[in-house]
Design a binder for this molecule. Structure first.
Ligand code: WTA
Length: 664
């Protein structure tokens, strides 16, 4: 029998004081053990930021030569710099330091797709791998400042590749391996990468992904790429281009010389990561070295109460910012063990996460609400059949977590004695902006609670742009001053960086999210206020999907909206107008879906594809997406002012099409 936990009214409105989090670390106090301690540190981080950040930097990171200025620059000018004058290396901080102190501690546990095939890599072994991978990249003629694209499955070699880049001061551009050849090519070319690191194939939930074949296809339109380093994940026969392609094992085995970490400037770029904005083209956000590293280390320590000896598992793919900061850089910078999870939460069955926790005695576990909701639906027995008593903190990230899912996570996974941290942040931020402190903050299900150290949130009225200073407020979430791990620019388009983030509300960093602050000062994230949709925690812009749809020759016009979904948060609903003379058919629909998958990747597949005879438009011909959004949300009786609509008589037809599509 499937037992589905239903949250009661009491649970939904409950507060969980820090004292009910009973799983304290052994042999030490939690890093933050009371709300007073959090407040004292937070106050210092705001009132005397340079001292606060200097102290954190002293505790958490090692510079080769000291910086002269802790911070400079403003949001308004977009000229933010941290730890200027310092020389540092990220791979040294994440690997060498621990290889010296605790060489035999496990750095990475690889939980492979098939259960029971885990591999363990110690810090000493990791250093050897990173040095050899760096030697290989150097042998390609790469030098500081050059860009390397990484298109890899969730294997330790992905992390090794990132660390090897940082060792040489190379800038990595990790592209999620679920993106299509087209998307990969676009990102490789935009970042001017000359080397791609990939694998023969990927494995996920028992399925084989033709990773190398996708790279080969992409590189047909990437003339700048000179070398491809190929890790053998499955050992399958794949196309191999002599002169360009190099096998990972062969190349690394040839490296006999230890590669010293290059001393880079604090503000040298560490990586580029593409993300979707409200307009079509993905943005390559640039993160720099020292500030990002400190942000990753500091938030990992405090949000998850991480310390050496812990086993941390972040289930996010390394192709997203969460995989960068909390899968790789955060935990390794603290010398803890990170679990790289190659599989799916549902493979071979819904107990996979919890079996992994049980097997590796995971102490902190971090995943997305979409996974929590899906697993909750499948029943408690998958959880309760495993020993999860090692867990001390369980985290959520990527989208709003509904209180029911939060309560299930806490009660069924956390046995009502583990802290749930709902962490709010974005690719642009590098590290957490809002989060509870696990042994200090009274939590409320569904609220990301309070700001991280150094973060000054502000709620602005979306229309007037005025800051709402009363405790209870509702508006758009902005941040008032720079923090160390904020992205410094959009690659090749600083104007767009300024316009999108810094000048939308002048002088404030604009997140794009709606927010509510309750009477006790808790923050509740509402969701995007722009044309960005969030499907299973994957961020996509409606404009990007629309331009993919238009690539199909049968399509004349399209409009994409997000529709809320119990499991994935939102799903994609695409409205399409066919070229004149064409009739709706399953064939045409399939071909449009195939176009989207080829243009962007399977993650952008519309769940609903609705062919219309007319799109709602203004008299000047602009599509009124608001109307489509409302109809798709079942709110056709609340369409608001339709006076600008050129032909309201088409509405009835749209409503009936939507109803029948959603019924299927
Ligand atoms: C959403 C992921 C509510 C939000 C780290 C944000 C959240 C976007 C939360 C960034 C949360 C992330 N509660 N919403 N705890 N975390 N979001 O860049 O809309 O992939 O703007 O970064 O995800 O997505 P991104």
């Amino acid at each position: 029998m499937v037992v589905v936990f239903e949250a009661t009214h009491e649970q939904l409105t409950a507060k969980y004081p820090a004292e009910v989090n009973e799983r304290y670390p052994k042999g030490r106090k939690p890093w933050i053990s009371s709300i007073e301690q959090y407040k004292t540190m937070y106050d210092q981080s705001i009132n005397d930021p340079d001292t606060f950040w200097k102290e954190r930097a002293d505790e958490l990171v090692e510079f080769f030569s000291p910086y002269h200025t802790v911070s400079s620059g403003t949001i308004d000018k977009g000229d933010i710099r941290w730890f200027d004058g310092g020389k540092i290396n990220v791979s040294y901080n994440c690997v060498d330091r621990w290889a010296k102190k605790t060489p035999d501690a496990v750095a990475i546990i690889f939980e492979a797709d098939e259960p029971g095939q885990a591999k363990y890599i110690t810090y000493k072994e990791l250093l050897d791998m990173v040095s050899k991978a760096a030697g290989t990249l150097r042998s390609f003629g790469l030098k500081k400042g050059d860009t390397v694209a990484i298109y890899m499955p969730m294997v330790p070699e992905a992390a090794v590749s990132m660390l090897a880049c940082s060792r040489l001061g190379l800038v990595h551009n990790v592209v999620f391996a679920g993106f299509s050849a087209n998307s990969l090519a676009e990102r490789v070319n935009d970042s001017k990468a000359t080397v791609v690191i990939t694998a023969d194939q990927g494995l996920r939930g028992g399925k084989v992904i033709q990773t190398k074949a996708i790279v080969d296809e992409a590189l047909k339109s990437c003339p700048g790429v000179k070398n491809v380093l190929v890790f053998k994940r499955t050992g399958a026969q794949v196309n191999f281009q002599e002169g360009r392609d190099v096998w990972w094992d062969d190349a690394l085995n040839q490296q006999t010389e230890f590669v010293e970490p290059v001393h880079v400037e604090s503000e040298d770029p560490l990586f580029i990561l593409y993300t979707s904005g409200s307009t079509g083209k993905p943005k390559g956000l640039v993160h720099t070295t020292a500030g990002y590293l400190l942000g990753a280390a500091m938030t990992s320590r405090y949000t998850f109460d991480l310390a050496q000896g812990d086993v941390f598992c972040c289930s996010a793919d390394v192709g997203w910012i969460t995989g960068h900061t909390y899968g790789v850089y955060g935990p390794l910078s603290l010398g803890v063990t990170t679990v790289i999870f190659e599989s799916l939460p549902s493979y071979p069955d819904a107990s996979r996460f919890w079996q992994t926790v049980d097997t590796h005695k995971i102490t902190q576990f971090y995943t997305a609400p979409t996974a929590i909701r899906a697993l909750r639906r499948l029943g408690d027995q998958f959880v309760t059949s495993n020993d999860l008593s090692t867990l001390r903190v369980i985290g959520s990230v990527g989208e709003p977590i509904n209180p029911e899912a939060w309560c299930w996570y806490r009660t069924v996974v956390g046995k009502d004695s583990v802290s749930v941290v709902d962490t709010y942040w974005q690719t642009e931020n590098g590290s957490h902006l809002l989060t509870p402190m696990p042994f200090a903050t009274t939590t409320k299900p569904g609220s990301a609670t309070f700001p991280m150290f150094g973060i000054v949130p502000a709620i602005l009225d979306a229309n007037s742009g005025e800051e709402l200073t009363s405790t209870t407020a509702k508006g758009v979430l902005c941040i008032k001053r720079p923090w160390p791990s904020i992205a410094r620019t959009i690659l090749g388009d600083h104007q767009r960086y300024l316009a999108t983030y810094m000048h939308a509300y002048k002088g404030y960093y604009f997140t794009g999210d709606g927010v509510l602050r309750d009477e006790e000062g808790y923050y509740w994230i509402g969701g995007r206020v722009d044309d960005v949709i969030n499907v299973s925690g994957h961020r996509m812009s409606t404009a990007e999907i629309e331009s993919a749809i238009i690539e199909n020759e049968a399509v004349a016009e399209s409009a994409v909206v997000g529709v809320s979904d119990d499991i994935t948060g939102q799903t994609i609903c695409a409205f399409v107008l066919l070229q004149s003379g064409l009739k709706e058919s399953d064939e045409i629909k399939k071909s449009i879906i195939a176009t989207v998958r080829a243009e962007i990747g399977p993650i952008a597949t519309p769940k609903y594809l609705i062919i219309l005879d007319d799109l709602p438009k203004t008299r000047s011909g602009k599509i009124i997406r608001r109307v489509l959004r409302k109809v798709a949300a079942g709110e056709e009786d609340q369409l608001g002012d339709l006076s600008t609509m050129s032909d309201p008589s088409i509405l009835a037809g749209i409503v009936s099409k939507v109803h029948s599509a959603f019924k299927k």
